[in-house]
Write a protein that binds this ligand. Structure first.
Ligand code: UDX
Ligand code: ADP
Length: 466
């Protein structure tokens, strides 16, 4: 088995950054270099101020402090990184296509393809290529074809090693992974050797039985399947939340009751304003696209429904704000607590908050948003991405506040979009005193104490509670 002493990771994002930091931390004898075309991002990874790393993840800065400059390096010199490494992780973004064939559904593989071409171009000796990004099934074949038909006729092994880390708990998820999936070519000795070389890296800190070795296609498909199942659970409970509200059932009680069934389990059945994040929607769209291109239309429709319920849930939440505020939010101030797609991350990709904001701005509301980790420019860029109206109009209607009490001052209603812990411990009496009356709270994450807030005088709506 080939002993790996030098790794390069292309892509210094939410996946590449934390994953490589954890590998470097656990494998002091391996030199790990993370490269990226984005010089500003690399600069931030190399910055003095560890509170300013490009990605916020609990526990990450402590690890970076220990290993950066020891065996973890961040660089824009992609060619050098590739040349020196025996193993190259591809960890670039694979967004949903916004143009051409498969627009709005298929994954855009242009960044992956650019990486493959770059590797083919630069490599002068044998390499193991590891797909880390979430990708559609059979992407490995694309990479293989490019590597075999361009470049210097060097031997490459391709492995699929999908990431299961969740943002906000990435370091812990990596350090204590339930399983590590490695897909590769078992039919050849070189293929088996490559799989074992990657497994040996993870065996530095994970028990061997947690490392699952499969063929390439199973590994790629398992990643999509895992995310589709998780998202499906959230959509299932969110569908129930709508029934709860109409019947007087309480979705939290329903979750607790069904979660106690060990066949169902208690995770991923918390009702919310809708799931977000870079993976769930993209991966299901991928599944839907793959199924329909295979002529499996019933399968495509089945998975698409998970997404339809998610948009329904966001819209239902926003509509309820308008209806409750006497059917108009025109020029009213609505305070948003939270913008990130979940707590403990500064990531806002596909966050429910931007869709709810978009809906309310259409109704000419003014939004004053507070999030402990998201900047105003990020919020604008999220709305710009939706392309519903001009940037000037968005800037007129949405303002970020650095202080939650200021965000809520003089507002007609508060919408809680992210479950940040700090929201639970606010001085809600002080918030109430400074709001317009009647003062509404729309809790999209079921985190506030409804009885306490109602006693203060708030009119409280919580998802899934009649
Ligand atoms: C997900 C997968 O969990 C991870 O394994 C994969 O590698 C990447 O995609 P992530 O998107 O970071 O991770 O976050 P996750 O914790 O899965 O949450 C996704 C969304 O679902 C969030 O918006 C979250 O708020 C929402 N959610 C989650 C619920 O609304 N209810 C739940 O019970 C759980
Ligand atoms: P993820 O959540 O998958 O990690 P991110 O968008 O956070 O996605 O990170 C992907 C990173 O990959 C970005 O920093 C981007 O600049 C980088 N990247 C994309 N294409 C290339 C490329 N061809 N070469 C090097 N880096 C790239």
């Amino acid at each position: 088995m080939k002993k790996i002493t030098n790794i390069c990771c292309i892509g210094a994002g939410y996946v590449g950054g934390p994953t490589m930091a954890v590998i470097a931390h656990n494998c002091p004898e391996i030199k790990v270099t993370v490269v990226d075309v984005n010089a500003a991002r690399i600069n931030d990874w190399n910055g003095e101020d560890l509170d300013n790393l490009p990605i916020y993840e609990p526990g990450l800065k402590e690890i970076v402090a220990q290993v950066r400059g020891r065996n973890l390096f961040f660089s824009t010199d992609i060619d050098k990184g590739i040349k020196e490494a025996q193993m190259i992780f591809i960890s670039v973004n694979t967004p949903t296509k916004t143009y051409g064939k498969g627009k709005g559904k298929a994954a855009d593989l242009k960044y992956i393809e650019l990486c493959a071409r770059k590797i083919a171009d630069v490599a002068t000796e044998e390499k193991i290529i590891v797909e880390k990004s979430t990708i559609p099934v059979r992407t490995a074949q694309t990479i293989k074809t490019i590597l075999e038909n361009t470049g210097n006729q060097i031997k490459f092994q391709i492995l699929s090693n999908p990431e299961f880390l969740a943002e906000g708990t990435a370091v812990n998820d990596l350090q204590h992974a339930d399983r590590m999936l490695i897909g590769g070519d078992h039919s050849t000795a070189d293929g088996r050797e490559a799989i074992d070389s990657l497994a040996a890296i993870y065996e530095h800190w994970l028990p061997a039985e947690r490392i699952i070795k499969t063929n390439l296609w199973s590994s790629e498909l398992s990643k999509l399947t895992a995310n589709a199942f998780l998202a499906q659970r959230v959509s299932s409970i969110n569908a129930m939340s709508a029934i709860c509200e109409k019947t007087g059932a309480d979705v939290e009680e329903v979750s607790r009751a069904i979660g106690a069934d060990s066949r169902i389990g208690s995770k991923f059945i918390k009702s919310s304003v809708g799931f977000g994040g870079s993976c769930f929607q993209k991966d299901i769209l991928n599944l839907v696209y793959i199924a329909s291109t295979l002529g499996l239309n019933e399968v495509a429709d089945y998975w698409e429904q998970v997404l339809l319920i998610n948009s329904y849930q966001r819209r239902r939440f926003a509509e309820n704000i308008v209806t409750s505020l006497f059917n108009t939010v025109a020029d009213k101030k609505i305070a948003f607590l939270g913008w990130a797609f979940k707590k403990d991350t500064n990531d806002t990709r596909e966050t429910a908050a931007m869709y709810v904001a978009d809906y309310l701005i259409d109704e000419t509301a003014n939004i004053s948003a507070y999030d402990p980790k998201v900047t105003q420019s990020q919020m604008y860029s999220d709305l710009e991405h939706l392309a519903t109206r001009s940037n000037e109009e968005n800037a007129r209607r949405l303002k970020a506040e650095a202080d939650p009490y200021e965000a809520c001052r003089d507002s007609h209603a508060i919408a809680i979009l992210t479950e940040w812990d700090e929201f639970r411990t606010y001085d809600w009496q002080r918030i109430f005193d400074n709001m317009k009356k009647p003062a509404f709270v729309f809790d999209g994450r079921t985190i506030v104490d409804k009885d306490k807030l109602s006693a203060i005088g708030f009119k409280v709506y919580q998802i899934g509670k009649g």
